[in-house]
Design a protein around this ligand. Structure first.
Ligand SMILES: [Zn+2]
Length: 456
């Protein structure tokens, strides 16, 4: 592809808008163009601004994708989810540990089979694109072939993805157990094969401290030192029972987070999902290390884990991304996840402004993943991954939008009422990879195992 113009209302962020509600016209934190244009050259942003200026910047005859009446945003960035749990979404459990035993571990066993892994990865990537998510930080299973399969699918689709093999050598079924040495060897081979290949990055992925021996956490730290640009990805302080168990297993640690710290696993880029039960010292340590929290509100509500205090995390300088945490989370939609983020924050006494919510779902996620140099907003030179939101997506959204006076109000309506239906188009490197009207999902009936429905 040579050049292309994409026209529509444009919003993107340069920094945290904080409590800004967008009524002050000139905010340094974001750019808003009511009639805007993006000039895309070879998959990257060459210009972003008002339509007249974009048109002037483009060579004569540049083709135009016209989305007037809709909003262009940088693609959503999901900072924590598990592709092998796609098929256990909406499976109830008494709590986190019960849910892992009953649903997750048996489901993950199937990913020893590369064909199942590939089929699931295809469905998973379709689902991300249908929801406007263009980058994600993704758990595989303990099987290295699960990560080869995922990266293979993402590579063919030219997606910017970060993923890793689970490291897990205790407190799990024998059929999902690796060893410190095998997890080191497998992770190393995957890093060498995939990290920095096309748009792919690797994440060293111990499941959580409970399922790793000291020896395994040591080798995770060794990998982190050997490969300083590789991400780290794990869970921390999700449920009370999990925190208690972790503190029992590592009695020398000051806190659960401190376990990771002692093994050299807090740094940038590193993302820890949940971060619900942390204290002030933990938060300060995360801020100092540039280690990010993945706020997973639908999952935290679904499993009854607790309410992460978003305001406190942000006030303490912790980088936060938004995460669906499928399959503990209940939706692939970042809009639905923002709705839950708002509700959970309300229970902590904080009314999350919509502009800040969309910053969390875009640029803040890119910073968390160490990818802000290539994605997260429409700065010139960045990769042209974007989502187009439709204000007419449903009758109710259309009706609510008709009486919205401000950008903040419209964003709030999308995040409160929206889901995959609000996503009209998703672009990857300037190419339409999902378009709702052209591609109304034709869902094939589920066949026998492995033939789950997918969108064409
Ligand atoms: Zn998770």
């Amino acid at each position: 592809m040579a050049m292309k113009l994409i026209r529509g209302e444009i919003l993107h962020f340069l920094s945290d808008p904080g409590e800004d509600n967008g009524t002050q016209r000139a905010s340094p934190a974001f750019r808003h163009h009511a009639d805007g244009g993006l000039l895309v050259d070879d998959g990257r942003i060459a210009f972003c601004g008002d339509w007249a200026d974009a048109l002037a910047a483009a060579p004569e005859g540049t083709p135009v994708d016209d989305h007037r009446g809709k909003l262009l945003l940088p693609g959503f960035i999901d900072t924590h989810l598990h592709y092998p749990q796609t098929d256990v979404i909406a499976s109830p459990g008494k709590n986190l540990l019960d849910w892992l035993d009953r649903h997750t571990f048996p489901a993950e066993r199937r990913f020893a089979d590369a064909a199942i892994a590939t089929e699931t990865a295809e469905f998973f990537c379709d689902e991300l694109l249908r929801n406007g998510t263009t980058t994600a930080l993704v758990f595989g299973t303990v099987h290295p072939q699960s990560v080869d399969a995922f990266f293979g699918v993402a590579q063919r689709r030219e997606l910017r993805m970060v993923a890793g093999k689970v490291m897990m050598d205790r407190h799990c079924p024998a059929f999902l157990r690796d060893t410190a040495q095998s997890s080191y060897d497998d992770s190393r081979r995957l890093i060498e094969r995939w990290h920095g290949t096309d748009r792919l990055r690797y994440a060293i992925t111990p499941r959580f401290a409970i399922t790793s021996t000291d020896a395994q956490l040591e080798v995770a730290g060794a990998l982190a030192r050997e490969f300083p640009t590789v991400a780290l990805h794990s869970h921390v302080a999700e449920s009370r029972a999990e925190v208690d168990w972790a503190c029992e297993l590592f009695p020398w640690a000051r806190s659960y987070l401190d376990v990771y710290d002692r093994f050299g696993l807090l740094r940038r880029p590193a993302v820890y999902a949940h971060c619900i039960h942390l204290d002030a010292r933990d938060r300060r340590r995360m801020a100092d290390c540039g280690t990010a929290a993945a706020f997973s509100p639908t999952s935290n509500l679904f499993l009854g884990s607790g309410l992460m205090n978003l305001r406190q995390m942000l006030d303490d300088g912790v980088q936060v991304g938004i995460a669906t945490d499928v399959g503990g989370g209940t939706s692939f939609s970042m809009l639905r996840t923002l709705a839950a983020a708002y509700q959970v924050s309300q229970l902590n006494g904080y009314a999350l402004p919509a502009l800040r919510a969309f910053w969390l779902a875009t640029l803040s996620g890119a910073v968390a993943l160490g990818l802000a140099d290539c994605i997260g907003n429409f700065a010139v030179g960045k990769e042209a991954d974007l989502v187009v939101l439709d204000p007419q997506a449903t009758p109710l959204i259309a009706r609510r939008m008709a009486c919205a006076q401000t950008l903040e109000e419209r964003l709030f309506a999308w995040m409160t009422l929206g889901d995959d239906r609000a996503v009209s188009t998703t672009y990857i490197k300037g190419h339409r990879r999902w378009h709702r009207d052209a591609g109304r999902p034709r869902v094939r009936p589920a066949g026998p195992r492995g033939g789950s429905p997918r969108c064409d």
